[in-house]
Design a protein around this ligand. Sequence first.
Ligand SMILES: *[C@@H]1O[C@H](CO)[C@@H](O)[C@H](O)[C@H]1NC(C)=O
Length: 358
Amino acid sequence: MYSLLRGHWLYLFLICVWLAPRVCSSWWYMGALGTRVICDNIPGLVSRQRQLCHKHPDTMQSIGDGAKEWIAECQHQFRHHRWNCNTLDRDHTLFGRVMLRSSREAAFVYAISSAGVVFAITRACSQGELSSCSCDPQKKGTSKDNKGTFNWGGCSDNIDYGISFAKAFVDAKEKKGKDARALMNLHNNRAGRKAVKRFLKLECKCHGVSGSCTLRTCWLAMADLQKTGDYLRRKYNGAIQVIMNQDGTGFTVANKNFKKPTKNDLVYFENSPDYCVMDKEAGSLGTAGRVCNRTSRGMDGCEVMCCGRGYDTSRVMRVTKCECKFHWCCVVRCKECHEMTDVHTCKAPKNADWLDHT
Ligand SMILES: *[C@@H]1O[C@H](CO)[C@@H](O)[C@H](O)[C@H]1NC(C)=O
């Protein structure tokens, strides 16, 4: 029996997002299906992905677990923005129609999700959770620090395996379509994979007499996914708008004044909507009801967030710990304090069109 099925809705969603946003309506029946032949029951998998799924059910599980992390990272990066990487509980496509467009936001989601798969698989390899890989004993090197030169070659994170599996699995769908969208997705998927590799760092453990560190074991380890998230977020800010070549094999910069994209840059075709109002076709949920900051002049400020529509203010009670005292020995006891704070939320547009959709 595949352990795969254990509540991994996210994984199922994920497959939908990448692979079959238009044919995902059957997803909700997955829970009712048996545990057999799950790979065959995932609609929208191309045959290559189905093969991989059959061959590596344990890896599919890691990908599913990893999805929670990259989605959380995406939402963290965009928490102060009109588009906040929100997932739609009742929408099988997870991000709504954003993913059907070729906007800057789609570019980011493809990159972070692809990075998330690399991260999850690589970590699972190192933790011995996968039958097809382990940590990478091949990586060896010489480094130098204030205590002198030393050799290292402990068990490193097997990022090359993570990258090649992610590439095979995630990119498989795009290979089918040779259209502009496929080209864009492949580019951003690769940028995401490469981003994880940037943040490998040497970690060491000292041995020797009372931590003298005359002997040490070192290995290359991945940094937190947040490092990759921060980096891709900067790449999102500098994402480059492109158009397809005449011969359909690559991109040209849409505006000749901008630099050509490198493999590390995110690329997109379409301008984004302003995300102010609900427009499902454009992939926008609108900002009605979003919490904003009255004093901020940034993206999270009520002026920007609410697109000039104004905001409602409500007083809410916050319970916090306070007047904490240390008691001998050894507990800290606190009181519960109640304080009133104002919470501001964006008003809906006047011609409350979005109400029809809720
Ligand atoms: C609101 O924005 C101001 C100015 O940027 C900041 O100092 C404050 O901490 C923010 N408040 C909240 C609740 O985030």
